[in-house]
Ligand binder design. Structure first.
Ligand SMILES: [Zn+2]
Length: 213
C-alpha cells in the first residue's frame, strides 16, 4: 500500500470510550495508535452487532488474519502499512483506566460552523471548499453583533467583501436560512453519515449532542 494511503488513514478519527464504555472524545488515528501501543487503551471491534476487545498485540494478530482473507475486507476499511506489518485502522478504542465522564460542550469554532452550514455560503448558496470560505457576523461586531451560533454564518469571500460592515438590509442581501445553535456536534453528524464511522452509533446514544469530533 502506498505511503499516501497510510497517511490518509492516520488522519481519520477514532471514538474514545472510557472504562465504562461511555463515549468521551474523538481523536485522530495517529493518537489512538500511540495509546494502543502504550497499552493505555484497547481496540473495540464491532462485528455483527457484538463487540470484542483487543490489546495491541491481539489487534495486530487479528489484522494479519483479516488481511490474509482479502474477500472479507470491507470497502471502508483502512490500513496502516509499515515495513514489518499492516494493521487495520481501529474505529473505537477504550481507555483501560480512565473512568471519568467529562462534561461535553459544543465548541464554537470554524470547523463546526462550516460543518453546520455544510460549507455553503449562507448568502448566495454556493457550496465551496473550506479554503474558499470565510465567516461573517450577520449583525457586524462594530454594531454589537455577538460571536454566537445565532449571529455567525459561513460565507464565500465575495459575499463577505460585498457585505463588509453593513447590516443585511443595507447591503441588500438575505440569509438563505436562519442560523441556529446545532443540537448535535455538526462535525460528528457529518462523520456519522460516512460508513467508516457507522460503528460509533452503538456507543453514542445520549452522548452525541455535544461530542466534539
Ligand atoms: Zn456567497
Amino acid at each position: 500500500m502506498e505511503q499516501s494511503r497510510t497517511q490518509s488513514s492516520l488522519d481519520g478519527s477514532v471514538l474514545v470510550l472510557n472504562r465504562s464504555y461511555m463515549a468521551v472524545h474523538v481523536i485522530s488515528v495517529r493518537r489512538a495508535m500511540v495509546q494502543l501501543y502504550r497499552d493505555i487503551a484497547e481496540v473495540i471491534h464491532v462485528e455483527d452487532g457484538h463487540y470484542y476487545n483487543y490489546d495491541f498485540e491481539a489487534w495486530l494478530e487479528m489484522s494479519e488474519f483479516l488481511a490474509a482473507d482479502e474477500e472479507q475486507t470491507q470497502p471502508h476499511e483502512e490500513w496502516i502499512q509499515s515495513v514489518n506489518f499492516s494493521i487495520l485502522v481501529p474505529r473505537i478504542i477504550r481507555l483501560n483506566s480512565y473512568n471519568q465522564v467529562p462534561r461535553l460542550t459544543l465548541r464554537f469554532n470554524r470547523r463546526n460552523l462550516f460543518a453546520r452550514d455544510q460549507n455553503t455560503c449562507q448568502y448566495c448558496g454556493r457550496q465551496l471548499t473550506a479554503r474558499e470560505l470565510s465567516f461573517d457576523h450577520v449583525i457586524p461586531r462594530c454594531r454589537d453583533g455577538k460571536t454566537t451560533w445565532e449571529n455567525v454564518v459561513c460565507c464565500c469571500l465575495n459575499c463577505n467583501s460585498k457585505k463588509g460592515d453593513q447590516l443585511l438590509a443595507d447591503a441588500g442581501m438575505r440569509l438563505i436560512q436562519k442560523p441556529k445553535r446545532p443540537q448535535q456536534s455538526p462535525i460528528l453528524k457529518v462523520k456519522l453519515d460516512n460508513p467508516k464511522y457507522e460503528v460509533w452509533r452503538t456507543f453514542l446514544k445520549g452522548r452525541s449532542l455535544s461530542l466534539d469530533a
